[in-house]
Design a protein around this ligand. Structure first.
Ligand SMILES: [Cu+2]
Length: 472
């Protein structure tokens, strides 16, 4: 029954083709991470696969120290799987650039994964763990060539099977060399039965296929949404789960930079006001916050949360707000008008925030985006940590297709880092920062972006905004 074998093979292939991948940000699946593996400083880019199970590509640049060998191991971030890592893969060192290593790893199932990067070199050994979410984001259609190939095979094998049965019933019992004339009833009946069995098998295959496609679709990542209820100067937001895998719960959130939710409100479509607030949770999935002074308009909401598995998600929504008198911004809450600058954004009292032009920005390639605050004399102003980091930057595409919340350590939320490795998280919290703060990030697609940057100076969080155009 080679036909069934082939069908099984084809189904397996189609199932593995029918997958995609996402992560905590919106429309920005690549992971960028800067951290230390023992004595070595590494800049890591992970390109998650299009399919789960699928192959993630890992690129590592050694920024500090002499590394002779890099080993890569993928494991789930929590649970039994985390305790039994597979054998490590050796990353390949570039011949032309000895500080650059590359590797590929299989991510076997959905969920919160990490890649363990073990570095060996002149100064000893060290390990860095980089969280990677593995979520199926889309169903990929079968390639046209494959479709025609499979249809052709189906017809060929079905007709072939009927013909074989027919020929064997008609001629098997005749002496060699005898000419058989006509088709007996028995032969035609046998061929009819074979055809019926073949159609039955095809029907079975089709429903098996459809069933598998349905169960895959059920597992496709569906982002959380934010439902909002503004009431005077107060905003209530509720996390809504559109129904996804059982592994997602809403009562397992862990604080990131001391807050369960980082809520960004961006006035849309002008993106001329941005606020970064921290609503308090008062029941599972229910959050509330006082609003600052805000002009009326439609605001897009992006709520960053992290689950105890280390999986980070961005819940999205919109809210229409009237003009709000509001309460003054306090604590870690910050924001304000963001008329977009090219490289110098005016702040109060003659200060400015500047973007050091990074040179040509290439799609998906890690670029170092560096910012500083200059005093009225043009001298770099001293900065203070803002929620434990040198700064917080949001890369937002003008058409809304991308929202990525990035830190000087890259695109991985600190709470996810903490789940993978608490010591690494402690080491990354910065007591002293600046005067230049650099964010490693690679924009996912060409187009026009805004970068909203928040840094703290003299006890005050300043918000700057910069335009960025990325050509294909
Ligand atoms: Cu942040």
């Amino acid at each position: 029954m080679s036909f069934v074998k082939r069908l099984t093979l084809a189904l397996g292939l189609a199932i593995s083709l029918a997958a995609g991948l996402a992560q905590g940000h919106v429309g920005s699946p690549d992971v960028f991470f800067q951290g230390k593996a023992g004595p070595y400083s590494l800049l890591v880019a992970i390109r998650p696969p299009d399919v789960i199970p699928g192959v993630a590509r890992i690129e590592v640049r050694v920024l500090g120290g002499e590394v002779s060998k890099l080993e890569l191991t993928p494991t789930p971030m929590t649970g039994e799987g985390a305790k039994h890592p597979p054998v490590a893969d050796l990353a390949e060192r570039s011949v032309s650039d000895p500080r650059y290593f590359e590797g590929a790893l299989w991510l076997m199932r959905y969920g919160s994964w990490e890649v363990r990067i073990h570095a060996t070199g002149a100064a000893g050994e060290g390990e860095l763990r980089v969280p990677v979410p593995a979520l199926a984001l889309k169903t990929q259609p079968m390639q046209e060539g494959m479709t025609y190939f499979l249809i052709g095979m189906m017809i060929f094998l079905t007709v072939g099977m009927v013909a074989i049965v027919g020929a064997s019933m008609r001629e098997a019992k005749t002496e060699p060399g005898t000419q058989v004339r006509g088709w007996s009833r028995r032969t035609l009946f046998g061929m009819g039965v074979t055809a019926a069995i073949m159609f039955g098998l095809l029907w079975f295959g089709k429903s098996w296929w459809a069933d598998d496609a349905r169960s895959y679709t059920r597992n496709l990542y569906k982002p959380l949404t934010l439902e909002s209820r503004p009431d005077q100067g107060h905003l209530e937001v509720q996390l809504k789960d559109p129904g996804w895998m059982e592994m997602r719960k809403l009562d397992d959130l862990i604080p990131d930079h001391g807050h369960l939710m980082h809520l960004f409100l961006i006035r849309w479509p002008a993106q001329d006001y941005v606020f970064h607030l921290h609503p308090e949770q008062h029941a599972t999935g229910f959050f509330g916050t006082q609003l600052p002074a805000m002009p009326a308009g439609t605001y897009r909401l992006y709520g960053d949360i992290v689950h105890e598995s280390g999986l980070a998600e961005t819940a999205v929504g919109t809210v229409d707000l009237p003009s709000i008198t509001g309460t003054p911004l306090t604590g870690d809450d910050a924001g304000g008008p963001t008329p977009t600058a090219t490289d110098s954004f005016d702040l109060p009292n003659g200060y400015r925030m500047i973007l050091r032009q990074p040179g040509p920005v290439k799609v998906r390639e890690v670029t170092a985006f560096s910012f500083a605050i200059l005093d009225p004399k043009g001298q770099p102003a001293p900065l203070e940590p803002y929620m434990g980091m040198g700064g917080h930057a949001e890369f937002v595409k003008e058409d809304g297709a991308v929202f990525a919340h990035v830190h000087p350590t890259g695109s991985v939320p600190m709470a996810s880092v903490a789940v993978a490795s608490p010591e690494a998280m402690m080491a990354m919290h910065q007591a002293e920062v600046g005067p230049v703060v650099t964010f490693p990030y690679g924009v996912p697609t060409p187009g026009r972006y805004r970068i909203f940057v928040q840094m703290r100076r003299a006890g005050r969080v300043e918000t700057g905004a910069f335009g960025l155009t990325v050509t294909p």
